[in-house]
Ligand binder design. Structure first.
Ligand SMILES: Cc1cc2nc3c(=O)[nH]c(=O)nc-3n(C[C@H](O)[C@H](O)[C@H](O)COP(=O)(O)OP(=O)(O)OC[C@H]3O[C@@H](n4cnc5c(N)ncnc54)[C@H](O)[C@@H]3O)c2cc1C
Length: 451
């Protein structure tokens, strides 16, 4: 008989580690903080993975690991933990095949603003099916799953986890094992924690994913001298429709119209280049940009030429046949908005259908690409709020997946997924890489190469 293993968390990283560990004959217990009906954390909102690969059956072309590394450095500047970042990049090459062997099926192509069919593979049914498939699998493998079972504290001494306290069968209990894997996500669902960095603004931040990701195990590890990785305030934050619920809005709340139009704040000012780069490399900066505006609000305005060019939205656009009427409907000053759009249109030096027209040099805020005039009614607007996907700061791990302390490393304590994403992500993000971090580190923690 193998070891007794406790996995804390119930998303992709936890499930990947539970599969890996149970397949090796270990007795695995998985503690999911949420009830059964909302199990799976942020992982249940996902739809694709990014991984280095040769030509394969899941994507439309090869994506060498050097290119993936360059793309990551391009958005993040550098790695906090290069050793682990390299490990994740390298091991990503085996990921799609491993998922396929564990009953995940892929579809090939996706169109729209986030066109990623070469670099990313999209799985059938999205994250909900991914998570349900893995839960079925771990059940077959004999993993004992507890729902409504949040872990609240971790008892550590002499570089070992001795036990954890968790809510089990309706009461707080102390339980112990030979090995512990912490895969409980970030702390994006914890508004009190967020307010430490964001102050009052945190109230207006929508949490796109699970309300159960409150970071309690992470906080307990921090209190036990775990070394941290990643930037404190950093997180993946996109622009979402302001009409979205405060938690669990999922992917459909994201507004992808930005490169096709302009974004203005409540004072009718543009504040950033909407066409700076292709959307997959820029969509994750817009949440923060909107968070810095008054009331954490902004509006994207497009004209009818943009119709059908971006991901369909959950909420309908606000429409009007003139800019003045549109401004009135979204509460902006009509004259100022009309003047801004007229200046914008006049500032376009080389308009046309060419998406890469490198124009608008004359404007105080340039629009480097996709600078098409907004001149063809009906006009459409979407109200924008910051939508936090996940936080980056987490515990430092080493190349075996073990948690690093200020005075050593945890012999029997591992971390995987968002709780360790700071090892790879400093500030920016590349679409589809969250699951890659979770799957590769989850498998590592679950026993890949270190049992
Ligand atoms: C809307 C949306 C869309 C996304 N799309 C993609 C995508 O297409 N591709 C991609 O790669 N990434 C995507 N991401 C990011 C991705 O979801 C995460 O990076 C990834 O799922 C993290 O996996 P994880 O297992 O670390 O965390 P999670 O999946 O969030 O799981 C954390 C788990 O821990 C549990 N938990 C929390 N606290 C405790 C506790 N105290 N005790 C026990 N359990 C606890 C939670 O209930 C949850 O089950 C998306 C995220 C969102 C919100």
């Amino acid at each position: 008989m193998g070891s007794k293993v406790i996995v804390v968390g119930g998303g992709n990283a936890a499930l990947s580690s539970a599969i890996e560990s149970a397949e090796r004959g270990n007795a695995v217990i998985l503690l999911e903080a949420s009830p059964l009906h909302s199990r799976g954390g942020n992982s249940r909102y996902t739809r694709d993975i990014r991984y280095a690969h040769e030509e394969d059956e899941f994507t439309s072309g090869s994506y060498p690991k050097e290119e993936l590394r360059d793309d990551l450095i391009g958005v993040s500047g550098s790695f906090d933990n290069p050793e682990v970042a390299e490990l994740v990049i390298g091991r990503s090459q085996e990921m799609a095949q491993w998922m396929h062997e564990h009953s995940i099926t892929f579809k090939k192509e996706i169109r729209g603003t986030l066109n990623l069919s070469r670099t990313n593979a999209f799985f059938m049914g999205g994250g909900r099916v991914l998570v349900d498939t893995y839960y079925k699998l771990i059940q077959k493998l004999g993993v004992r799953v507890f729902y409504d079972a949040p872990a609240s504290s971790i008892n550590i001494s002499d570089c070992r986890v001795n036990s954890i306290t968790a809510f089990l069968d309706g009461k707080e209990q102390e339980i112990s094992a030979d090995k512990y894997i912490f895969a409980s996500g970030g702390y994006e669902g914890n508004k009190e924690w967020l307010s430490q960095f964001w102050g009052e603004k945190s109230r207006n931040i929508k949490v796109r994913g699970s309300r159960f990701n409150t970071g309690i195990p992470l906080r307990s590890l921090m209190g036990s001298n775990a070394l941290m990785c990643g930037v404190e305030k950093a997180g993946h934050m996109v622009a979402v429709d302001s009409r979205s619920p405060e938690y669990d809005a999922g992917i459909v709340s994201r507004i992808d119209a930005i490169p096709w139009g302009i974004v203005v704040n409540k004072n009718c000012e543009r504040f950033y280049d909407e066409g700076q780069d292709i959307w997959p490399k820029r969509y994750a900066i817009w949440g923060r940009l909107v968070a810095d505006q008054e009331g954490q609000m902004a509006y994207v305005i497009v004209d009818s030429k943009a119709t059908g060019k971006f991901m369909p939205t959950a909420y309908p656009s606000i429409d009007a046949n003139s800019i003045e009427d549109l401004a009135g409907k979204i509460g902006l000053n009509a004259d100022k908005t009309a003047r801004l759009i007229s200046d914008f249109n006049n500032g376009i030096t080389k308009s046309g259908e060419d998406a890469f027209n490198w124009s608008n040099n004359g404007l105080p805020v340039p629009k480097s690409h996709w600078a098409l005039p907004i001149d063809t009614p009906p006009y459409h607007a979407y109200p924008l709020s910051p939508g936090l996907t996940f936080t980056y700061q987490g515990v430092r791990i080493n190349k075996t997946g073990r948690i690093v302390l200020k005075d050593g490393e945890l012999e029997n304590g591992f971390a995987a997924g968002e709780i360790a994403s700071g090892n790879v992500l400093r500030s920016g993000y590349l679409a589809g890489f969250g699951l890659t971090i979770g799957t590769t580190l989850g498998r590592l923690a679950g026993g890949w190469e270190n049992d």
